[in-house]
Design a protein around this ligand. Sequence first.
Ligand code: ADP
Length: 229
Amino acid sequence: MTPALELRGVEKAYNRGRPGEVVVLRGVDLAVAPGEVVALVAPSGAGKSTLLHIAGLLDTADAGEVRIGGRAMGGPSDRARTGARRVEAGFVYQFPHLLREFSALENVVLPQLANGVPRGAAAERAAELLARVGLAGRAGHRPAELSGGEQQRVAFCRALANAPRLLLADEPTGNLDPVTSDRVFAVLMDLVRGTGLAALIATHNLELAARMDRIVRLEQGRIIAPGAA
Ligand code: ADP
């Protein structure tokens, strides 16, 4: 089966060749199959965000290859990358980063409008996604009227608004108290399982990591699977 995401020999440094050079990724190889949920575990500063940004086409690698759904993403122009990013990958961060002036529903509608979906269809999909995460009754609320866990659930819906094949999440429950984190993570897993998309989820939380299909570790710029030398 063609992997949803494939990274081959991905290298990345900041300030390359200049004072303050930080070599972060030294040849990352990783494949995530459609429907597979992979935990990316590493200490802070190891390069998880860098890896996720490159996988999600928000940043470019210095060397190596990124394939999404079997398509090489290294070459395309910025315009093509932006288009691919919008439909291929959904992003979730530690903080929800919702638009404060807009309702939960509108926060899930807007990325679809940007992708050319008509408003009616976008609103229908947004309402359906919000219902799936238990927020049908909160669709008209603005972020300030929602709890942290509820805001993060809206952020999950926004990430899935354009039905990407890949979900990339950077400590998605890292800012929530343990009980809320547990519940919100369960919602995320249900959503991912229900849509069959592939997910790469960075976390410090080993309990959450153990609930995913597979754990990979990022160490010294490379991916190490558990048990591997
Ligand atoms: P993690 O997500 O695992 O905490 P990051 O990918 O954010 O790690 O960062 C990896 C390393 O790269 C860190 O040492 C960080 O300080 C450095 N770094 C991240 N972004 C930049 C940048 N824009 N310029 C310079 N160094 C950076």
